[in-house]
Design a protein around this ligand. Structure first.
Ligand code: NIG
Ligand code: FE
Length: 387
């Protein structure tokens, strides 16, 4: 069992209450890793001897980012839709079926190669835990295939058969397929289930349909997540609270009653609200107000939503920068949301922090402080650090 010492850490974000400030920051720090787990954290001057040592020369370290919302298994390109949106076209979810057609036509190896490239891209920017959804299959064999491929890169797999109703298919018939044969084929490959609950979109699911899907998924043993309140006010947030979902994702259009319901549930395991500001950036839409949620006591996560339609970015540092510039978050709040917030949205206690016992997932910055994540937008300063 080799003990590895990482020393010369100018600033270490731990989320350990023993250390300073809301992020548990330690300066001139070191940590020791054994078998992939953090076993010691403290001042570099007091570090124990180890089999191997690495000196980071004063760079900042934080927990690897937890990207708790992505759609990374797909084929095709929709840059033309992006360009149209930048010229003023609205986003309705209608383009999802273009990705479905390209994905169904792709081989496993083609999908695997694209997925591996995106995971590597995220890792190169400091992401060490990723959730990956299906949702570009919309038939039984393809949804199961996408989840099997997702399971090759992460344990955080999400069944999103209820992404949109395929054109030409009766809505009720499709919901019956999702909660029947599709759920049977997909549940063994998924930890979570999700639904695009957005009554204002003709393609997505209304409250009753979403409740039917999520209730069946919970009965099959899956944890719940909800895409909701993205395009306008709607039932997503209330449904997430009612059904005990781990996360309400997007949450751009929340009423005061939604925020109150989320705040009431926050004390007893209610949903984290996972904000996805890359979507507002890439759809030219108004950004959500994170501070309103945080002030009400609701836990917030930041994630990329990386997908070919609404946000083709794997960059968690960009989400931190957007959180600070556009969501009214402090840098401390945004960094917490991109690490510990994401871990809580996935109900994980082994990642998102660097307390003793954590998985040794480190993000190192070519910078003296985590504040540079927001201060230097678009500059590739963050990297996952192999230990
Ligand atoms: O999270 N809103 C629903 N689903 C995705 C977008 C999927 C797409 O347009 O391809 C999202 O934004
Ligand atoms: Fe999404």
């Amino acid at each position: 069992m080799t003990a590895r010492l990482v020393t010369g850490i100018g600033e270490l974000v731990t989320h350990d209450e023993r250390f300073a400030g809301p992020l548990g920051v330690l300066r001139d720090a070191a940590l020791v890793v054994q078998d992939g787990v953090v076993v010691w954290v403290g001042p570099a001057s007091a570090a124990p001897a180890a089999d191997r040592a690495r000196d980071l020369g004063g760079r900042a370290v934080l927990p690897g980012f937890v990207d708790s919302h992505t759609h990374l298994v797909f084929a095709g390109d929709r840059s033309d839709e992006f360009e149209a949106r930048m010229a003023g076209a609205p986003y309705t979810g209608g383009g999802i079926e273009r990705t479905v057609a390209a994905t169904r036509a792709a081989t496993d190896d083609e999908l695997r190669a694209r997925l591996a490239a995106l995971v590597a891209e995220a890792h190169a920017q400091g992401t060490t835990t990723l959730e990956v959804k299906s949702g570009y299959g919309l038939d039984v064999p393809t949804e199961a295939r996408l989840l099997r491929l997702a399971g090759e890169v992460t344990a955080e797999t999400t069944f999103l058969g209820a992404h949109v109703v395929p054109t030409g298919v009766d809505r009720a018939d499709y919901v019956a397929l999702v909660v029947g044969p599709m759920l049977d084929a997909c549940a063994p490959h998924a930890r979570w289930a999700d639904v695009f609950c957005e009554p204002s979109s003709p393609h997505a699911f209304d409250e009753d349909e979403a409740r039917t899907v999520l209730t069946a998924a919970a009965r099959a043993g899956l944890g719940l997540r909800v895409h909701g309140n993205q395009l306008g006010p709607g039932p997503g947030a209330r449904l997430a609270v009612e059904l005990g979902a781990a996360s309400l994702d997007h949450g751009t259009h929340l009423t005061d009653a939604d925020v109150a319901a989320l705040a009431d549930a926050a004390g007893h395991g209610g949903p984290v609200v996972t904000l996805l500001p890359g979507v507002e950036l890439s759809t030219r839409s108004p950004f959500p107000d994170a501070r309103r949620l945080l002030d009400a006591g609701v836990e917030v996560a930041l994630a990329t939503d990386c997908n070919p339609g609404t946000c083709f970015s794997t960059s968690m540092p960009l989400m931190v920068a957007l959180g600070v510039a556009h969501l009214r978050m402090t840098t401390d709040q945004a960094v917490r949301a991109a690490t510990l917030g994401g871990a809580h949205a996935l109900r994980r206690d082994d990642v998102g922090h660097l307390r003793i016992g954590a998985r040794a997932d480190l993000c190192v910055l070519d910078a003296p402080t985590y504040r540079h994540l927001a201060y230097r937008p678009g500059v590739p300063i963050a990297h996952a650090l192999p230990v």
